[in-house]
Design a protein around this ligand. Sequence first.
Ligand SMILES: *Cc1c(COP(=O)(O)O)cnc(C)c1O
Ligand SMILES: [Zn+2]
Length: 388
Amino acid sequence: MSYLVNLQCYECGRFYDAGVIQTYCPVCQALLFARYDLDAVRRELDRDEFRSRPAGMWRWRELLPVHQSENMISLREGDTPLLRLPNLGSELGLSRLMVKDESLNPTGTFKARGLSAALSKAKELGVTKVIIPTAGNAGGAMAAYAARGGLKAHIVMPQDSPRANVEESRIAGATVVLIAGSITDAAGLAGEKARAEGWFDVSTFKEPYRVEGKKIMGYELAEEFGWTLPDVIIYPTGGGTGLVGMWKAFEEMEALGWLENSCRPRMVAVQSAGCAPVVKAFQEKLPCCDYWLDASTIASGLRVPKSFADRIILDDLRESNGNAVAVSDEAIIQAQKRLACMEGIFAAPEGAATLAALETLIRQGWVALDERIVLFNTGTGLKYIPAD
Ligand SMILES: *Cc1c(COP(=O)(O)O)cnc(C)c1O
Ligand SMILES: [Zn+2]
């Protein structure tokens, strides 16, 4: 089923056994990437075969890490629609503007993809209890997949996370601990509890498989574009799993010989002006990010003061000739209204931020009007309605 071979450290290139539980490289504290036997996949599978399988992320199972199908924990995540945005496009003068609408995933955000992959693999390796520090949506997704897979779930989130994230986690039977501070403070607490009590820590990039679930967004895009890739991808970046995952998918598909040409998209990371470590490091041409003090934004998924994968995010942006843009919360709210009233899409603030960033890029002349531009709406706005 899976063509997974081993794991490889992004920094030092050492290989690790994928048959046992792994976290990150103990030598360089850097993340481990799953490596597959791509030569065998290339010989044995046809790229067009995947289309005929039942819909969802797991139709790409040869390129996902799970060996036994009974370990797959799935709620039919993935295969989200790629929608044209004709009304906004014509207002902005863009002929080929699209949105990949990840709000249709289980639990209403694309976090479902990563947690489906990570919890399935953890289950396969014998894990029975999982812990996560989260800005909100990853907790809700983890609770759902843990419930379905029969795993115990413990969630640490900032007390000002959206109310929906707390409720969806608790109803699925997870223990939720609310803390003062940001996801970084939550990560400290979760890490301590994991070490002391043997919980498996599913923090972004501190285990190798969430990014595998998210990379499938890249495979879906290539298939939809007839095995080419769009010109520009605009992605709201917190921990950066989706961005790094899609870039990995493009590399894999190139090695598989599945792409019609070698044109990769220019990747744009969007952050909120109240927490923009990637944008700052990109503009200052630094190799990694400084910790962002007093992070604050309505886009809770973007409130990540420093990603564990900051170096890789910056490498991928630069390799793609991409860009990084910060937008204000006011611009996000305006963009959210425009997406809803012009196209009927009630986007999460993180998703709306991509439209706000696009407007900046048009003003700067950074995008050409006939380019194929894909915005990522990573979640539904419904999860952010304040409780009164
Ligand atoms: C987590 C999250 C993000 C950021 O995703 P990364 O892949 O970790 O950068 C963006 N939008 C929403 C809605 C999220 O929940
Ligand atoms: Zn290493």
